[in-house]
Design a protein. Structure first.
Length: 237
C-alpha cells in the first residue's frame, strides 16, 4: 500500500526500511538485504501493535463490578476502589501463590520482579495491585526474601475476586490473570482482561499474550537462539 492509499498517510514499511542509515563493520551484502527485509517487517509489527492498542482503547465499557471486593493489604484491609491510588485506571495481576503452593510460580515471580523496578514509574499513570490467595503475611514474607520494594500486595483469601476475574475454582489450582478496571463517575467497570491462554497458542508455543508482558522473553526474542524450549525461570540460582 502506498502512502497516498494509506488512510493514515503512512509511508510503506519497505520504503522506510530502505532508508535506514545503519551499517555495521564487515557486514555482508547478504546480511544487509536480509536485515532490511526484516526491518520492514519490524515496522509493520510496530504498526500492528499500534492498531491493536487503539482497538483495545476503543472497547465499550465492560461490566460493572458485582461488588467492591475487600482485600487484606500490607497495611490493613482495603477495598478494590481504594487500590486505584487516585487514578481512574487500575491494573491487577493474579499471582500464582495460593495456600496450596509451597513456593510461588517462578514465571509469575520473574514477571513481577521485572515490574517491581518499574513500579514507581507505573504508579504515576495507573494503580497496580498484585493479588494472591495466600494470607498477606505469607505474601509479604516472600516479598522481603525476593527484595521487592515497590509492588503492592493484597490477599484475596476471603473474597471471590479470583473466581470472578481469574476463572479460579476456589478449591483448585491458581490461575494467573491480568485485568484492567476503570472508575467513571464513581462506578467501577471491568475494562480488559488477558484472554489468551491454554486454548490460543500456536503449535510449539507456550501460552502467552501479545505483546508478551514478560520483558525477559522480549529480550531473548532478539537473540539467535530465541526463547528456547529447555529453560524456565527459577526462584533462585
Amino acid at each position: 500500500m502506498n502512502a497516498m492509499n494509506d488512510p493514515h498517510g503512512l509511508r510503506p514499511a519497505t520504503e522506510l526500511a530502505q532508508q535506514s542509515p545503519c551499517r555495521f563493520p564487515n557486514e555482508s551484502p547478504d546480511y544487509r538485504r536480509a536485515r532490511t527485509a526484516l526491518l520492514a517487517e519490524e515496522i509493520e509489527l510496530r504498526r500492528h501493535i499500534e492498531r491493536v492498542a487503539a482497538q483495545r482503547r476503543a472497547l465499550p465499557p465492560g461490566g460493572p463490578l458485582p461488588e467492591d471486593y475487600l482485600f487484606e493489604g500490607e497495611h490493613g484491609p482495603a477495598k478494590l476502589s481504594q487500590l486505584f491510588g487516585g487514578h481512574d485506571t487500575l491494573i491487577t495481576y493474579n499471582w500464582m501463590y495460593g495456600p496450596r503452593r509451597e513456593r510461588p510460580c517462578p514465571m509469575c515471580t520473574s514477571l513481577l520482579s521485572a515490574y517491581d523496578g518499574q513500579m514507581p514509574d507505573i504508579l504515576q499513570r495507573v494503580g497496580f495491585a498484585v493479588i494472591a490467595r495466600s494470607p498477606i503475611e505469607r505474601l509479604v514474607a516472600f516479598k522481603q526474601v525476593r527484595g521487592w520494594r515497590h509492588l503492592q500486595l493484597y490477599s484475596s483469601a476471603d473474597n471471590g475476586f479470583n473466581q470472578a476475574y481469574a476463572g479460579e475454582d476456589p478449591q483448585g489450582e491458581d490461575v494467573p490473570a491480568f485485568n484492567v478496571f476503570t472508575r467513571r463517575d464513581g462506578v467501577l467497570h471491568h475494562f480488559w482482561a488477558a484472554e489468551m491462554g491454554a486454548v490460543t497458542p500456536d503449535p510449539g508455543q507456550d501460552p502467552r499474550g501479545a505483546p508478551d508482558p514478560m520483558p525477559i522473553w522480549n529480550l531473548l526474542d532478539l537473540t539467535p537462539a530465541g526463547r528456547g524450549k529447555d529453560w524456565y525461570p527459577k526462584l533462585s540460582y
